[in-house]
Write a protein that binds this ligand. Structure first.
Ligand code: FES
Length: 139
């Protein structure tokens, strides 16, 4: 192979490698910056109503985050995000006190998610539920 054609061949190979690397880099950047397709999709979750007896809390995964069902003293069931509104720790149910305690900085929430004390700036996020035929559907 002549020197000129060898250079031309190596130039073509190098160009192909650089084009492939550039395309891979752009694909990676786009994948990182583009919103996830299913990020706004809410998937409903269902439980038998008997899973949540009075005063008990049932923790579960809801759209990638921890949530909790609580049956109030009056029998109504509420669904809340279990993610503390301070810095995102998962709250724990204190059955004897009928309130949530955040183990990270001592934030306290009522059984309906209202802030009772500590640093959380706002209530636990409420999640809509529907109850029918002995089934609780969250979301
Ligand atoms: S993260 Fe819950 S009180 Fe700080």
């Amino acid at each position: 192979m002549e020197t000129g054609s060898r250079r031309k061949f190596l130039g073509i190979c190098l160009g192909g490698v650089l084009a492939g690397a550039g395309g891979g880099l752009l694909y990676t950047i786009f994948g990182y910056l583009a919103p996830r397709r299913d990020s706004n999709i809410r998937r409903a979750v269902s439980f038998p109503a008997t899973d949540v007896p009075a005063g008990a809390a049932k923790f579960f995964e809801y759209n990638g985050k921890t949530a909790v069902l609580i049956r109030q003293k009056n029998g109504t069931v509420v669904a809340l995000s279990a993610v503390c509104t301070h810095l995102g720790c998962i709250v724990q149910w204190q059955k004897d006190k009928e309130e949530f305690l955040c183990p990270c900085h001592g934030g306290r929430f009522s059984s309906t998610g209202l802030v009772l004390g500590g640093p959380p700036p706002k209530p636990l996020e409420s999640i809509p539920i529907a109850t029918a035929n002995g089934t609780i559907t969250v979301g």
